[in-house]
Design a protein around this ligand. Structure first.
Ligand code: FE2
Length: 151
């Protein structure tokens, strides 16, 4: 397999870091702790890979990890996790207000989109989402116009 260009590799790395920090934050919020085994189950990744990544997140200052005591997010880890969680929620709201109703589709799409949207675009989506939530008739009208009439 050809090596990825360095910019693509950097992007892939960021996505993985964001996914891990998002999951660790969720686990700590839900259960009070995050273990390698829970992260592995949540992200559907082997425990060996999770351990390697957790050690890297520790080395990069995103978490503090002690083998038998688990992990906590540092302030920079928490900042990344909260930014992603906020994006996840907003993009979920956005797809729901557009009328996407399959929760699995929403989740899978949001998991991809949350890593790849610039702050500018995100702000625009946020403003539009809040507007549409207050004016659901706009969506109904747009969707009715877009659908071919059934005769
Ligand atoms: Fe997410």
């Amino acid at each position: 397999m050809a090596a990825l260009p360095s910019s693509a590799r950097r992007r892939a790395t960021t996505v993985a870091v964001e996914d891990y920090l998002e999951k660790i934050e969720q686990l700590i919020a839900d259960k009070g702790y995050a273990r390698v085994v829970d992260i592995a189950a949540g992200l559907k990744i082997s425990q060996a890979s999770v351990t390697a990544m957790v050690q890297r997140l520790d080395a990069e200052g995103f978490i503090k990890y002690e083998k038998y005591r688990g992990m906590v997010l540092t302030s920079s880890g928490l900042e990344v996790a909260r930014r992603i969680a906020h994006r996840h929620q907003l993009l979920t709201d956005f797809l729901r207000v557009l009328g996407v109703s399959d929760e699995k589709i929403i989740y899978d799409d949001v998991e991809g989109m949350e890593h790849h949207i610039s702050p500018e675009t995100f702000q625009a989506i946020e403003a539009l989402t809040r507007h549409l939530e207050k004016n659901p008739a706009v969506v109904t009208k747009a969707m009715t116009a877009a659908r071919p009439t059934v005769r």
